[in-house]
Every structure is written in structure tokens, then in C-alpha cells.
Design a protein. Structure first.
Length: 113
């Protein structure tokens, strides 16, 4: 969606949160969960935190996104965001390699630079 809308904030997590808030007419999503293909970037984690989602489930570690050309600065932000690992949010890494495989299969299909 970033490329489609020419909007650097149009990450899937942010769009999902926007749509959920609109549908529920709420800014607190404390009864909701979010599922992401990869560890959220700092912007997305901020949106997840501020919307008070109760649970985050993701499939791939940030290294999978790096391998296909995602911005290293954002990846470094994921590792350096203390609140990410110290929040009250339940965070679950799925024990599946399929998400990493999807990132590898899409390598080279997008111009991320």
C-alpha cells in the first residue's frame, strides 16, 4: 500500500488499525489482536501501542525483511525500541518458517531503495 498510495505511512498494520478504529468507532482496540507477517517497525509498533491492542502475533523476524531490501534503519529501530519488549502487550512469534519463505520468494519483486 505504500507504493500504491504513495504514502510512507501506509504500512499494513497502520491501515488495519485505521480501518478497525473506523469500523468500531473507537481509538482503543483493547479487545482486538493484530497479526503481522513480520516484526512491526517502530512506527507500526507505536500505532499498535497507542491503539491499546491486546495482542500482536507476527511470523517473521526483522532479518527476513532486511534480506529483501527493507531499510536497515527501521530494522535497527525494531531492535532498539525498549518499549517493544517491555510493553504490556502480549507479543507472540509464530513458530513457522512460512513467513520467512514469503519474504525470500518476493525478493527482487519490489524496488525498496
Amino acid at each position: 500500500m505504500v507504493f500504491k498510495y504513495k504514502d510512507p505511512t501506509a504500512h499494513a498494520e497502520v491501515i488495519a488499525i485505521r480501518e478497525a478504529c473506523k469500523k468500531l468507532n473507537e481509538i482503543k482496540l483493547s479487545e482486538c489482536e493484530i497479526y503481522a507477517s513480520c516484526e512491526p517497525c517502530p512506527m507500526c509498533f507505536g500505532a499498535i501501542h497507542l491503539s491499546r491492542l491486546k495482542r500482536l502475533v507476527y511470523g517473521a523476524k526483522v532479518e527476513a525483511a532486511l534480506a529483501i531490501g527493507f531499510n536497515r534503519i527501521l530494522a535497527d529501530g525494531v531492535r532498539g525500541v525498549g518499549c517493544y519488549h517491555n510493553s504490556n502487550l502480549e507479543i507472540t512469534k509464530l513458530d513457522l518458517s512460512i513467513a520467512e519463505q514469503v519474504f525470500q520468494n518476493t525478493k527482487g519483486k519490489f524496488s525498496l531503495s
